[in-house]
Every structure is written in C-alpha cells, then in structure tokens.
Design a protein. Structure first.
Lengths: 512, 337, 338
C-alpha cells in the first residue's frame, strides 16, 4: 500500500461537472456534479437505480461519460480506461468482484499489473509483496488460496486488498460491508481512517445510516440519475437524508396495509440447506399479512425462500405449506400448491429477454388448461388473457408482442407480477422486489402486495432495503449468518421511530 | 428486387410485428439463393433445368432433415456431434434387422417393420443417452455427444464388420426412395411432411414454446417451473429420432446399410442450421432456418459441381460460408441492440 | 494466521477436494493400466511396442497441449486435425520444390520446408484468432469453417496423392531417428510440454490465459488485454498442430493430406477434457493433459494387444470421456439446482 502524500491541493482531488450517461434510451446520469477532496470520505447516497453505480463506473473508467468534464488531481482526464484509472491512482472496489475464481488471492491481487522481467512472472517478489500488503491491512487471508475456495467475506477482503495494491489516491468502495462481519467491518473502518490520514480521497456507497454516521465527511444524494444535494454529514439528520433520497416524506412512499393475520400458510422447521447458507431455521408466515426477512448480503435470507420454492436444496428440516408437509420442493410443484417466487435478478432468473412479453408472462401457466390443451397452446386465449392482465397492471406501452428486453426495470417486474395473475396462488415469495426499478414502479409493486394481502394471501418479502421491509411487513425476521437472529413485531410505527429503532435493533442483532 | 418484395409481403402475414430492418434482413438469404442460382445458370444452363431443380430439391431434403434435427437441439443451446455416426448406426442396424427378418422367412410387411423398429430404436437409444448425459449428468453437450459419436461409430462398424450390409428389400427402397406421390419423389414428400409437423410442434405446442424459452434463458425457465431436464432429454431424443428417419431414407437410397453413411453429416447439419440463421446462443431458429440453410448449401455444392469446380475448392468455400453465416448472425444481433 | 484459516472444517474439505482435483485420478489409472498390461502380456513392455506408444503419445500430446491452451482461454479448436494435414503436405511440397531448385543443400531444403509448415500453422491460427477475438464469432463455428477450408487446401495441393521428394536426412536422420533410446517425437514433445508448463506457470501469457478463461469481465476490469491473448492461444494451438504434421511427415517419409483429420482433432479434445481441462474455461494443466494423452495412447495399444476388435475401440474412448466429465460435474456438486 504505497500512498502518495501530497500537500492538500487547492482544487478537489476529483472534480466532476455535468456528467451524463445514457444506456439504450435510459438516462442513468443526468448532469451530475461531484467533488471529492483528498483525505475526505464522501458518501454516495441514493436508492437502487439512482445512478450511484453508474457514477462510480464512470469514475473508475468502465464507462465513458456521454458529456461533462472529469478532472482528477488538477488535470483534465479524457478517454479513461480501467487500466489508466488504476495507473493514475483511482482504485475501485466493486460489489461484483473483479476476481478470477480459478486463480489464487495473490495472482488476483497482481492481475493486470504483474511484476515481470521479460514476460516472465516474478512469483517470489509478488508473493512477498502480497503478504506484506495483507499483513499491513490486518486481513485474515492466505495469499496462496484459490478465490473459489474462499467465503464471500474473504473474497471481499481480497477485492479490497487488490484495490489497495499500488499507488492509491482515490479509493471507491461500493457497499463494502454488505458481507463482512462486525469484526471485519471494524478492521475496514480502521483502515479507512488510516487512508484518510494519508490524504487518500474515498467515495463510499452505502445506505446504512450507522456507517454514514461513523465515517462520512460529506454526503451526496442522488435520485433518478440527478444530483439532489451535497450535505455536511455532521449537519444532517437521518430523516433529512431519507427524504432527499426518496423525494417525498416516507409515509407517502409505502401504502398502509391492513394486515389480518390468519392461518399459518408456510411453516419451516429446523431447515438447513445443503450448501450451509441456511442453518436450523424456524420460520412461519401467515395468510393475510406480510412477513419480512431482513439481513446482510449473504446472510441466507434469499436462500431461505428459494429453498421453500425449490431452487435451493435442503439437507434437513421440514417445510409445510398450508399445513401439509412439502417434501423435496420443486418449482413446478410449488406453483401447483399455490406458491410463487419472484426472483431478485430478473435478467438471470426471471425473463427470457428476447422473447415476447406474452410468452414471458404465460411461462408459469403453460400447464393450465386455460393456456394449453393436450400440450397444444391455445394461442388466442393466451393473447387475450395476457393482454388483459397487462392492462390491469398498467404495462406501458401495452403491446404484449414486444420483447421483454425492450422494457424498463419497472415494466419487467410487472411482467413477473403478471405471472402471478395467470393462476391460483396463495403464497407469494418476493426476493428484493424493488431492485432496479424506479420510485413510481415501486409504488405499484407495493400496491400489488397490498391487494394480495388484503385478499388473504400470504406474502413474504426478502429485502436489503431496510425501510421497505420495515414499512411493508407486519412481522419481521432478521437473519444473520444463516440463522434467524431476531423476530420483530412492529409496535411503534412512527416514521422516525421505525428508522432509528431499526438501526438500533439491527446493531443489537449484529453484535449478538 | 421482386424476390425481396415477395418475401417481405410473405413475412407481413406473420403475427409478431417485425421492424423494417428485420424484414429486409430475413430476405437476405433467399435473395442470395436466387443470385447464386442465376449465377450458376449463367455458367451452365443445366442448373435451371427442371430435372436439376428436382434433383436439388431431392438432395436438399436429406440435409434439410438433418439440419432440422440439429436445429431442435441448437435451440436449447446444445448440439449433436453424434448425428452422423447415429445415421451410420441406424443404417447398419436397420439393414441387419431386415436381412435377418428376410432370412428367417418373414413376409415383406414384417421385414419392413423390423427394419424401421430397429432403426428408430437405435436412434432413440442414442438420443436418450445424449439427453441423459447432458441434462441429468450436466455434461457439456460437446463432450457428451463427442462421447456418443465415438460409441456410435464403434457400434456401427462392429455390427457391420466394416462392410456394407446387403439385404435391404426392394419395397423398403420403393417406399423411402424411388417411390413418388403425384410425381414428387418420396424423400421430398417425407421431408416436407416432417417439416410441417415439426413447425407446428415448435410454434404451437407447450413443448416447442419450452425449447425457445429454455434456449433463451435456461435458469429463468427452471425458476418458472418448467421441467427443463425432461424437456432436454426429449429434445435429444427428437433430434436422434429425426436423424434415424434420415438414415432410413439414405439407406433406402443406397440400398444397403453403410457403416460410413454418416461421415461428415454432423458438422454439415450444424453448418446448415447455422448458415440458415439458427443461433448457437440458443432460442432463435426453426424449420425455416434449417431448410433455408440446407437449400443454400445444397445449391452451392450442386452449382459448383455442375460448373466443374473442384471438390476440394468446394470444401474451402463451404468453410468460408459457415464463418460468414455466423458473422452475419452476430451483426444482426448487434443491430437489434 | 494462515493455519487458523485452513484449519476450519469447511476449508479442510475444500483442500481435500482441491488436492484430489489438482493431482487427479489419472496418474493412478495410468500406473494401474501399465502394471496390469505388463502382467498380462510381455509384448506390452517389449521395446518395439514401447517405442510405438511413445511416438503416438508424443504426437497426440503436442496437439493436445495446444488444444488445452485454447480451451482454458474459453475457446475451441476444431481445425487442428486439418492443420496437421496441411502442414504435412506443405512441408513435403516445399522441400521437394527447394530440392529441385537447390539440389544437395539439405540445410536450406529442410529449413524452408519446416518454415513453410510452421507458417501454415501461424496463418490458420491467425485467421482463427482474428475471427474469434476481433469479429467475436464463436470459436466452435470459426474453427469448424477453417477446418473445412484447411482440409480443402491440403487436398487441393496434393489431389489426395502422397508427396515424396524429401531429403534422406530429414526422414532417416530426424523423423525415424532415436537419441538416448527415445524417438525424435518424444524429445520434441518433452520440450514442448516443458515450455508450455513453464509458459502456463511463469509467464504473463499463461497467467492471462487463465484469467480470460476464468472470468473475462474481471480480466477486462483488471486491465488485461483480451484480444491479443486469445489470438495467441489459437496461434500456439495451430503451430503445435503444424509441428505434429511435420514430425509425422518426417516419420512416414511422405506428406499426406490424410494425416491428422477429424480423428486427431477429436482425440486432442478428448485428451484435454480427460486431462481435467474444463470446457467452462479457466481450469487445466498442461502436464496432466500430456499424461492424459499418454493414457489414451496406452489404452488404445492395450486394447489392440488384448485383441479387442479395433472397431469397438471408439466405444471405450467415448465412454471414458463422458464418464470423466460426468464425474467431474458430479464432484463439483450441484450447488444450486437451477
């Protein structure tokens, strides 16, 4: 970790002016300004889809901006590439790791800037430097281990170490604590303090209030690709930040849902998954209420509902749906029993992007006589039914023959929701339901859930968006490292109270 | 230009609305075909003679059938390298069964049934093997079908002792080769019938729909509750079944069971499908692309034969055409995005 | 600090798995096969048979090394068999032509022939690499096309007739010679394997090939130049195939367009895959691939000696190949069922 110490320059270390970026018709960034001073930790704050990750990708050279000026260290920068960014001292730590699974930690640390002599690798030298760096960082990492043998937390450490190899002037951290334990997070915070004292600038993406309180010097709030405001961290309140982030006071964002808990629809007993991501979990969800599950990335919350639906394999425990034992679940059986799952990653697991919306929406219903008889699709019936559902969900534009790939994130989620209306369902498993969709579409998704619950369905919401899962759920489970760490029932449901008590509870469960 | 307009007009009736670019694009290959035919005709008048056109149609029908077989698996992001050896194996097996049945004194009907039964049983067994290895054991289709490629070659040459198997009865050749319906040779009739049936299967049934969805996004299909593994097994069985039908037709043509009948068919069939516009990335293609590709390759080699272009040069041209075909497909995909 | 990490339970399992994965079952199988055959048939370890095995295994190993490199980078090379044939006929033709122009100057004749043969390899490799890396056409289709084209060129040059007219020295003094009791091909193969192992472990090229095959996006973000290295893998593969063609030509004494072919191509892929090279890319070691080539050759030889019908032998190869990969997939454990 060779940190350049230069005297505090007159102008900020990084100065962005009017940066815009479009992706196939979507304006991801709209004339955004950002200043990061040397020795400052600057938090980017915003909802998913607000433009944070596009912005850090622009800063680290992955995407070129369409317009705007980019100054770094007092110089105008043009045609930035990932390689040139690293050479000038801009080091990103992405959430999607830039690690090669089949190589070792040290091979990954030096990837793209190996120490060589005439094309030959100098392995001993690199190992020495990798060791020195890891020791200096105080990470619990073995440089000779392969990445695919490491836990997610250790991979995160390797990714951070990789960013700190070489000369660093601006470090970008994208939710670095999402998969770290308390102790590792503490280490990281010490490291951040050290870097700040060495005059390194930091961009830090997070929506954890606790971290923002502990670390931030300034906070820039982004919404819908626009720069909303840059505030002094010390002079802003949580409520103010959230309000800026969402663009409205919080009580307007979530619908009021009349929960009427009825019989237990999903009952999970001592469930342990084959890959160990969920251990001895007891959990139940009732009809007529939303059951929330919150927790860190990799805590097993998604895996839990995926196991109920039948995508992950359980090694022990029992699942009961509506009181009846459900052995070795499979998606097709789950649907027949009235259980539907809405995946977090709609591109990878939800939609066949190049196929028409109609086919995507009817995908889960092709076993029903309404859509097919003797294996032959009833094309007219399919068209009429899906067109009706999509009108009901206010798909815009309402053409069901367009390919799903042409839709925005919100409309893609509507296609997924449309599947729910093609058949009789009683249990709805939502995995990160609002990831990658805009505020308007979010509201529609929440309204959809509200209608489901009030019609007597059991809805389970897994979310990393803490305000969302808090506001929506009647009962909330918190998971940590594969186990249920707490079960909370909402009693004090005033806006600020929920937020602050949530973070206190969250802290308590992390320590426990 | 008239060809182009015709094709565009024909495409208009298709239900999913296509953009102008799409329509123009889907006309490229038919236009190229027409240009090719006219070009060869300029060199050799014989190319456009009715006899040669019928000849082209008949030759195309075999390759088209095999290209359709490949298309079915390519739709699901797989392919079948073992198709050629399967053809050899089916040819030898059905010829042996018929010779045996004849020798044990059965009537013509029983002999035919024995031949067809043995042929399709071998084909389906091969498809089951491929499907089980790919879908249930999770082996890459390349390795799985390369394995069955070797196995099928071994079985074909062992059964036949490396020599052509005689004893294919005349009625067999009559039905599957020399016979005709309203003057249309048997091979064309069978391929057209199979093509129509396969088109309906792909476009109108849950099974067909599943192939496209699985090929486009296998994980999404599984999450949506589709029986992905079962469908994949069925896909490979369908592919090998079609290959077996083609093998029976080719055996009827040669009049004997040939252990080398399949030869380079695996790759030719893949080339046919790919040149016609079936995407190796899965989810795109159909009977139309298979037939177009097969027609293109057949016309090309027929024309080159008639214009006395060296057979070895033809190999070079075919290789270039395959690469061009895929390159064009990639450019087309980029234009869409 | 490291011991603490490794000592925890799940990592212990992991390291066991990776040890098994890294050394592999293959050397053990090879030993069993050799021991078994030696016990059953004395002919097996006779000098003639051993030399025969070494020659064939060496040729296969050279091609398989190149093939493995391409597969590790996430590609495929179907054209290797055709390149073997093309290099063979081009080498022979060039030597015959040079011999006619400059009779007696053996060094020049041989040098020109070998250069022409290797040049064919470079040319085909560049075409493959260019189409895959720059034009982004799938490696399978590109090399399917160049396979057909290359084989066609080879046949065009010769009309399918063997080409003679090479200097005696090239055949007797090189192709059929032995040094330290080993045939020439074995020496060449050893050098190739050593160089390739070194390249894989110690050079930037080898490291980047792993990185590109392992995760292209991460390699790009880390500043690895992708296209140049992909072209490199195809060139190496084709050049090694050409080298095999030259060795085969020297050994047989004539250039033939029937050398190599589909059989060599399929065997090279089989050797790579059985040798633990993952078709998903990013995984595989040259030395294991070489052992796998030796294993396949000895297996074929053993089947011959045991009088297993040669026609039935492909069945064994097919079953072993599928079983090897199926076992690998199963041991990987279906983490998620989707």
């Amino acid at each position: 970790m060779n940190v350049e110490i230069d005297p505090r320059p007159a102008e900020p270390l990084l100065q962005l002016r009017g940066i815009s970026k479009r992706f196939t018709g979507v304006r991801a960034l709209d004339r955004v300004d950002l200043d990061v001073r040397a020795g400052e930790l600057h938090v980017l704050f915003g909802e998913n889809g607000a433009g944070k990750s596009t912005l850090i990708n622009v800063v680290s050279g992955t995407f070129p901006p369409d317009e705007g000026t980019f100054r770094f260290g007092g110089e105008e920068i043009r045609h930035l590439t990932p390689q040139r960014a690293r050479e000038t001292g801009i080091s990103p730590v992405f959430q999607e790791f830039s690690l090669i699974p089949s190589l070792t930690v040290e091979e990954n640390l030096f990837l793209g800037r190996e120490i060589t002599r005439g094309g030959m690798l100098r392995a001993r030298e690199m190992r020495k430097r990798a060791r020195a760096l890891i020791d200096e960082l105080g990470f619990d990492l073995n440089p000779a281990q392969r990445i695919d043998d490491l836990s997610r937390a250790h991979q995160q450490m390797a990714e951070i170490a990789k960013a700190l190899l070489g000369r660093v002037r601006l470090l970008i951290l994208d939710e670095p604590t999402a998969s770290l334990t308390e102790r590792e997070t503490g280490r990281l915070f010490e490291l951040i303090a050290r870097l700040k004292s060495q005059n390194v600038g930091l961009i830090y993406v997070s929506h954890r209030m606790r971290e923002i309180r502990a670390l931030a010097d300034r906070v820039t709030v982004l919404r819908d690709g626009r720069h909303i405001r840059t505030l002094d961290a010390a002079k802003s309140t949580d409520g103010e930040l959230v309000e800026l982030m969402t663009g409205r006071t919080i009580d307007l964002l979530f619908p009021t849902i009349a929960h009427q808990p009825d019989k237990v629809m999903v009952d999970v007993e001592n469930l342990t998954l084959a890959d160990g991501s969920v251990r001895e979990v007891n959990f139940h969800a009732r009809a007529g209420e939303i059951t929330g599950i919150a927790g860190l990335v990799g805590c097993g919350k998604s895996e839990l509902i995926r196991a109920i639906y039948g995508i992950e394999r359980a090694s022990a425990g029992a699942i009961r749906i509506d009181g009846a034992p459900y052995e070795s679940p499979r998606p097709s059986h789950s649907l027949k029993r009235g259980v539907a799952y809405f995946p977090a990653n709609r591109i990878a697991e939800g939609l066949a992007l190049s196929r028409p919306i109609r086919e995507n929406a009817s995908m889960t219903g092709l076993d029903l006589p309404a859509f097919a008889r003797f294996g032959v699709i009833r094309q007219a019936a399919e068209r009429v039914t899906i067109a009706g559902i999509m009108t009901q969900l206010q798909l815009r534009p309402p053409n069901i023959e367009r390919s799903a790939g042409a839709l925005s994130g919100g409309n893609r989620q509507k296609v997924m929701l449309g599947r729910a209306l093609t058949r009789e369902l009683t249990v709805f498993l939502f995995d990160e339901p609002s990831v990658g969709i805009d505020v308007g579409a979010k509201l529609e998704v929440y309204e959809f859930m509200k209608r489901l619950v009030e019609a007597g369905a059991a809805v389970i919401v897994v979310s990393s968006e803490l305000p969302e899962v808090l506001a929506l759920s009647n009962r909330l489970y918190v998971m940590h490292q594969g186990r249920i760490a707490a079960e909370l029932t909402g009693a004090a449901k005033t806006e600020q109270n929920v937020l602050s008590s949530f973070f206190r509870d969250h802290l308590a469960t992390e320590v426990a | 230009m008239s060809d182009l307009e015709l094709t565009v007009a024909a495409k208009d009736t298709d239900r999913p609305k296509l953009t102008l670019g799409h329509r123009l694009w889907s006309a490229v290959l038919p236009v190229a075909l027409a240009v090719l035919l006219l070009g060869f005709a300029a060199v050799n008048r014989g190319v456009l003679s009715p006899a040669n056109l019928l000849n082209i149609a008949q030759q195309t029908s075999y390759l088209a059938l095999f290209a359709m077989a490949q298309t079915v698996v390519i739709l699901t992001r797989g392919f079948d390298l073992a198709l050629g050896p399967t053809v050899s194996m089916v040819s030898v097996g059905s010829a042996l069964a018929m010779a045996g049945a004849t020798a044990s004194g059965h009537g013509a009907g029983a002999v035919l049934l024995a031949g067809l039964g043995a042929g399709f049983a071998l084909g389906i067994a091969c498809g089951l093997f491929n499907g089980v290895v790919v879908a249930l054991l999770g082996v890459n289709p390349f390795v799985a079908t390369l394995g069955s490629y070797n196995i099928a070659i071994g079985i074909a040459t062992t059964l036949s002792a490396g020599r052509p198997v005689q004893g294919v009865p005349a009625p067999f050749s009559q039905i599957f080769y020399s016979g005709s319906t309203f003057g249309v040779p048997a091979a064309i009739v069978i391929t057209v019938a199979v093509g129509i049936a396969l088109h309906l299967l792909l476009a109108r049934t849950v099974f067909g729909r599943s192939l496209y969805l699985i090929g486009t996004n296998p994980r999404a299909a599984a999450v949506a509750g589709m029986p992905v593994k079962r469908i994949l097994v069925a896909t490979y069985v369908l592919c090998s079944g079609l290959a077996a039908l083609g093998a029976i037709m080719m055996t009827a043509r040669t009049g004997s069971g040939e252990p080398n009948l399949g030869g380079a068919l695996s790759l030719q069939a893949i080339a046919g499908a790919v040149v016609g516009g079936t995407s190796l990335a899965g989810g795109r293609g159909g009977v139309g692309t298979a037939v177009l590709g097969a027609l293109f390759i057949t016309i090309l080699s027929n024309g080159m034969n008639l214009t006395r272009i060296d057979g070895y040069v033809q190999m070079v041209v075919l290789g270039a055409i395959v690469i061009m075909g895929v390159l064009l497909d990639r450019l087309r995909q980029e234009r869409r995005q | 600090m490291n011991t603490a990490l490794v000592a925890t339970a799940p990592r212990g399992l992991v390291s066991l798995r990776s040890i098994a994965g890294r050394i592999g079952l293959l050397p053990a199988l090879l030993v069993v096969l050799v021991a078994g055959m030696s016990a059953v048939d004395a002919q097996f370890y006779g000098i003639i048979n051993v030399l025969n095995i070494l020659r064939n295994a060496s040729l296969l190993a050279i091609v398989a090394c190149g093939q493995a490199l391409v597969i590790i980078a996430g590609g495929f090379d179907l054209s290797v068999g055709a390149v073997v044939a093309l290099a063979s006929v081009v080498t022979a033709k060039t030597m015959a032509a040079t011999a006619a122009a400059f009779p007696g100057s053996n060094v020049l004749i041989i040098a020109s022939g070998v250069a022409a043969g290797l040049g064919c390899g470079v040319a085909v490799g560049l075409v493959n690499g260019f189409c895959v890396a720059k034009l982004k056409v799938s490696g399978f289709v590109v090399t399917l096309g160049t396979m057909s084209a290359t084989a066609g060129v080879g046949l065009m040059i010769t009309n399918g007739i063997p080409v003679y007219g090479m200097p005696e020295v090239f055949v007797k003094g090189f192709g059929r010679a032995q040094a330290f009791g080993l045939p020439t091909a074995a020496h060449v193969a050893l050098i190739v394997i050593l160089v390739m192992v070194f390249a894989q472990r110690r050079t930037l090229f080898g490291r980047y090939v792993y990185a590109i095959g392992g995760n292209v996006d991460a390699a790009v973000v880390s500043g690895v130049t992708i296209q140049r290295h992909i072209v490199g893998t195809y060139v190496v593969s084709s050049v090694l195939a050409a080298l095999t063609g030259i060795l085969l030509t020297a050994q047989v004494g004539s250039g033939q367009a029937s050398f190599g072919g589909d059989r060599m191509m399929l065997q090279s892929i089989a050797a790579a895959v059985i040798g633990g090279v993952s078709l998903r890319g990013g995984v595989g070691r040259i030395e294991i691939v070489a052992i796998s080539a030796l294993f396949l050759t000895i297996l074929g030889n053993a089947l011959n000696l045991l009088h297993v019908d040669s026609r039935l032998q492909p069945v064994f190869l097919g079953v072993i190949m599928v079983a090897a990969v199926a076992l690998d997939e199963l041991s990987r454990g279906s983490k998620s069922r989707v």
